[in-house]
Design a binder for this molecule. Structure first.
Ligand SMILES: [Zn+2]
Length: 192
């Protein structure tokens, strides 16, 4: 275990597990410790499917999540591949806002893992465009919102989503296209 000396980056990751599967921080820890032989889980935070933010390795210690950057970054992992629940998107925004309020973290850049490694078309971690996500004020990236029923047993309120500026441009600002987009989400996430 090594101490974290400074935090210049907050690096976003995905677990690369099937979208919508309820893997937990315990599963991630098992993969890292039992299967890879690390002395602790690689990430500082894991955001589970129901939006629960789990603390992994202490934020005072280096994680194992991005070669060359572990000594100066925090690692956050979203469970899934490229579709995340509304609860996960909300949790990620809340977590980033909370972290960036901390003096030692305020100046950190929020970046995608994939942007810090050698280009490899097979790797897309964390499965969405982080630069665009930050530019849009950390709103859910509509094409990366999980389809299907919300996690069972959780109180659920339909999300109020607005298309991003990019999506508005793509849609040609058609009122009907936007209405369909929003309707899709309300229908997707209505209570079973
Ligand atoms: Zn990653």
């Amino acid at each position: 275990m090594q101490k974290l000396s400074r935090i210049d980056f907050i690096i976003l990751h995905h677990s690369l597990t099937p979208n919508g599967r309820h893997d937990t921080i315990s599963d991630v820890r098992r993969w890292h410790v039992n299967e890879r032989g690390w002395d602790h889980i690689g990430y500082h935070f894991v955001i589970e499917l129901d939006g629960t933010i789990q603390q992994g390795v202490s934020t005072g210690l280096q994680g194992y999540h991005c070669k060359g950057y572990n000594h100066k970054s925090l690692g956050i992992c979203l469970i899934g591949t490229d579709e995340f629940s509304i609860e996960q998107w909300r949790a990620l925004k809340r977590l980033l806002e909370s972290l960036l309020e901390i003096d030692e973290v305020t100046g950190a850049a929020v970046v995608a893992h994939v942007d810090l490694i050698d280009p490899d078309p097979k790797r897309t971690c964390p499965g969405f465009d982080v630069t665009q996500y930050i530019a849009d004020g950390c709103r859910p990236v509509i094409k990366n919102v999980l389809d299907g029923a919300p996690p069972q047993g959780k109180a659920y309120a339909p999300p109020i989503l607005e298309p991003s500026q990019e999506e508005l441009a793509e849609l040609g600002r058609s009122v009907w296209a936007i209405a369909r987009l929003i309707e899709k989400f309300i229908n997707t996430y209505k209570e079973p």
